[in-house]
Design a protein around this ligand. Sequence first.
Ligand SMILES: Nc1ncnc2c1ncn2[C@@H]1O[C@H](COP(=O)(O)OP(=O)(O)OP(=O)(O)O)[C@@H](O)[C@H]1O
Length: 587
Amino acid sequence: LSNKIESDLQEELIQVKTSLSSIQSELQSLLQRQENLQERKSQLESEINRRVSSSSSQLDGEQDWSSEDKYDPIEKYGNFQYFPWSKTLRSTLNSTFHMNDFRPKQLEVINASMSGRDVILIMSTGGGKSLTYQLPAILAKGITVVVSPLVSLMEDQLLGLRNLGIEARSLNASSTKEEVKHVHQSMTSQSPSFRLLYVTPEKISKSKRFMAQLEKCYKAGNLSRIAIDEVHCASQWGNDFRPDYKILGILKRQFPNTPIIGLTATSTDKVTLDTKKILNTPFALVFKTALNRSNLFYQVREKALSHDDVIADMVELINTNFSRDAGIVYCFSRKNCSEVSSSLNKRGIKSAVYHAQLEPIEKSRVHQMWTDNSIQVICATIAFGMGIDKPNVRFVIHHSLSKSVENYYQESGRAGRDGLPALCLIYFGFADVFKQSTMVMTERTGLDNLNQMVQYCLDLKSCRRNLISTYFGENWDSITCNEMCDTCAGMYEHSNIDVTSACQSLLSTIRLAEQKGEGNRLTGAKVVEAAAGRGKNKTLELKKFSASEVQRMIMHMMFKEFLREDFHFTPYSTISYLVPGPMASAL
Ligand SMILES: Nc1ncnc2c1ncn2[C@@H]1O[C@H](COP(=O)(O)OP(=O)(O)OP(=O)(O)O)[C@@H](O)[C@H]1O
């Protein structure tokens, strides 16, 4: 038995040894292959470098494309002579886009993106963001996919591109089966029939079929670039958060070698950082043009109490300064839009309303009438926004304040896109502050944002440009306002009055009302009424101040946290009561 076991073991040992030696020889051959491949790789790399640098010097003189380390990245991308595509780029700018030169930052952004870098571009409205992906799209072999939030926006872009003779398509809910088929086929074809493909973010987040097609397009080497318009919509810290944008991080994960370019007109540093995180583009280069719009005159006017008085003021302003010019009046609600529009029409200023509830066909009709100047004014809610490309808007009036400085910058920025002077005016009313606060209180940073907007309106001393720049974390001290805002133009006179005891009196009125119990608490309007001595709660201290002065005091007290709002919910509405704030005892 022992002999038998020994011979079996011997046999097994021989087998193991044989298979071990075959594994060893296989390993050897794999190592050899790896070595060969590595050698081939370095051969190819040096060949690529050789070709790139030779094409660079061929096209652009003596510049050495391979020695990029010498250059500061941002400066490097602005160097016209540096890149192999530089000459073609400029000639295409002239011949296809009929433009003479690049605007600030356009060239840097295009070069960075064409070098394969992810880029985020923050450029003021009308600054020329579209060119930064449209021009590279023409020079690229494959397709540039453009994620755009609105179908109407896409249509405008397609029309513009078609006029320039550039082939572009869009895929959205109203695309026909044939169109979809054609686009899908082209995405994987050797020579696609179009350069740009516009899709909504929903297409990326919801259509598995489209994503599968995009995957094929990428594998076929046809996905040359992805542009994401209004990219700030990805961040919850921004003013326009859209859940579908949050999914767009999938693009970098699935298509790591395709450069992404995100575009926005407004983004605070916090929003930009968050956007990079969401898009999975931590190394994206951020390019920012100064947000200053030097041709816009910023002004705030105290809003009269009656609707008719506000309209009378507005009509006089329009008739005196803008009798033949187009403008926008932003209103708080749909009802507001209708009231303002009908009042303007009655006084001879042709206007129409625009809000989210209008049928799409009516929206286009109104937009068109305004674009071709058959109406002078659009009375709109903030639904009238993205994609307005009318260059000669001479005034944007806010019938009530915006919900944040960011919103205001964007809404007012629709004025003067042609670079000529335009007016941005807010009618600042006390009651509007509370209307807004009851609307935004459910948003994460709603009340803080509104607070900053109120501060902007309350401030009668600081330059409005500086107030906006501080909000965006920019420093425009070096930029002269050139008296292009009401405060710098010296439109207000100041005198210093100590209002401490008046404010203390307001606070005691509010405390007293609160002590009387739930049903006696005071809204902002009731506090002003009490101060004026018209209501039940008379206070002599405050009688010497006008209602408007008391309103300003109350708003300052809210800002300094001597007062705060306490929201009460009824089945029909939200009521804001004023109550002592955390700093009340300090007063
Ligand atoms: N280099 C340039 N030279 C001349 N005109 C330009 C240049 N770049 C862009 N434009 C023009 O400026 C206008 C605004 O450009 P574009 O629509 O791209 O702005 P935008 O930054 O996307 O604005 P918005 O944020 O409002 O959409 C367009 O009419 C465009 O043709």
